[in-house]
Design a protein around this ligand. Structure first.
Ligand code: AMP
Ligand code: MG
Length: 406
């Protein structure tokens, strides 16, 4: 057991780097149909077996022309997409051609139909420039070029790209298996009445959709009792199946923080006090063959920690090459309260001012239990660890909410 909680706080980037160094991606791969591949993680580089487009073709509806020293071109045929012109275009001849149709042999330019005048089988052009309006063979993708690299989470346009090179099946990493445990005797399933001292369990309603968006297979145990043996039994059961166990709550140093004790007795645990706000306590370790990630219990802390630390961990585990979220400068529209010592991930609302400037204001109360400000927000205002309060007009960095939070 390593304790990283003393002395002081660990910067977020340092903790993340340390944690990621012990995450190995799942190695099993599976072959799936391209139609099912969006959102999956590519297991191998994809090398194109063809060039795209396969041959020179027309970028316009118009006339494919073999230029000659004449004003009057003889119309000798038609080329449609899927129906090429079979002959050879001689100097002084033109072929009616539609967008996407292969460029006939002999033609070296395509004239737009807007620049053509037709009389019977004679066509004249107001302008004609060699090489115009032709999409060249291979201009999109060259033969044997690397089209996509391993570790990429496939987007809709990636799937289109793969289809354009004729790929029908693709090797991806198998989905990760994530077990989610929420602990706390005070937690009640929404829909039931609350007794004195109880609150509704809400964290799993944030965490589960994120895990589902990631494409993870998920098993959820909500509202596990604050009891050491119960939590140990749940963790052991989860560890026999999951690649990663995620808990929320029970990892600080309170009297009923049994999750930490349970993991310490079953496996390895590093306890981090992160220099971030919200979300100070974070536990990371191993139970059996499973990774263990213990998020804080406070709803906003749990969400922010999941976003900043949990997502890179889960995505790396899934085999994805992770790029950290883009941070962009914006102008604070109002005062932002902050004390030096921790990196703040305040919830903000970013917009363009009437002058076209990117501005950001606080989304409201910034307490670690105030979920309503997260719902109002569209970005994190990331305030550096050593920074104090921010006056209106100062520059701050923001991170727009990404696909995982929207
Ligand atoms: P803990 O870390 O277990 O001490 O929890 C810190 C705070 O977060 C307490 O106020 C808990 O009631 C609250 N909390 C913990 N887990 C959840 C949950 N799943 N849903 C809503 N609130 C929670
Ligand atoms: Mg608790």
């Amino acid at each position: 057991m390593i304790h990283c909680d003393a002395p002081g706080l660990t910067p977020v980037t340092e903790a993340l780097e340390h944690i990621l160094s012990s995450v190995q991606p799942v190695t099993q791969k599976e072959s799936i149909a391209l139609r099912d591949a969006c959102g999956r993680i590519l297991a191998n580089d994809v090398i194109s077996p063809v060039q795209v487009p396969p041959q020179d073709n027309s970028a316009m509806d118009g006339y494919a022309v073999c230029p000659a020293d004449t004003d009057r071109y003889q119309l000798v045929g038609t080329a449609l997409a899927g129906h090429p012109f079979a002959g050879v275009v001689q100097p002084g001849q033109a072929v009616r051609i539609m967008t996407g149709a292969p460029l006939p042999v002999g033609a070296t330019t395509v004239a737009m139909q807007e620049n053509a005048q037709v009389e019977g089988d004679v066509v004249t052009f107001s302008t004609l420039k060699d090489g115009d309006n032709i999409r060249r063979a291979g201009e999109d993708i060259a033969l044997k070029s690397v089209v996509l690299t391993a570790g990429r989470r496939l987007t809709p346009s990636d799937c289109g790209l793969l289809a354009s090179i004729g790929v029908s099946d693709i090797q991806v990493h198998r989905p990760i298996r994530a077990a989610l445990l929420t602990t706390g005797d005070e937690l009640v399933e929404p829909g039931r009445p609350l007794a004195d001292g109880e609150i509704y369990e809400s964290n799993s309603f944030v965490l589960l959709p994120v895990l589902q968006k990631l494409g993870a297979e998920v098993r959820n145990s909500s509202r596990v009792a604050d009891d050491l043996e119960t939590i140990k039994a749940e963790l052991s059961r989860a560890a026999s199946w999951a690649d990663i166990i995620i808990t929320c709550g029970g990892v600080s140093v309170g009297d009923a923080d049994y999750t930490r004790l349970a993991v310490e007795s079953l496996g390895d645990l590093s306890l981090w006090k992160l220099a971030m706000k919200p979300g100070k306590p974070l536990a990371f370790g191993q139970v059996g063959e499973s990774l263990f990630l213990g998020l804080p219990g406070n709803p906003v802390s749990s969400l922010v920690t999941l976003h900043q630390i949990g997502l890179p961990v889960l995505r790396t585990l899934a085999g994805e090459s992770v790029r950290l979220p883009l941070r962009i400068p914006a102008k604070a529209a109002s005062l932002l309260r902050k004390r030096p010592g921790r990196t703040d991930f305040q919830r903000g609302v970013a917009s363009l001012s009437a002058e076209g400037e990117l501005v950001v204001e606080s989304a409201g109360q910034q307490g670690s239990g105030i979920l309503s400000s997260v719902s109002r927000a569209n970005c994190f205002i990331v305030l550096e660890q050593e920074r104090g309060r921010v006056e209106a007009g100062e520059q701050v960095m923001i991170e727009m909410f990404d696909q995982w939070l929207l």
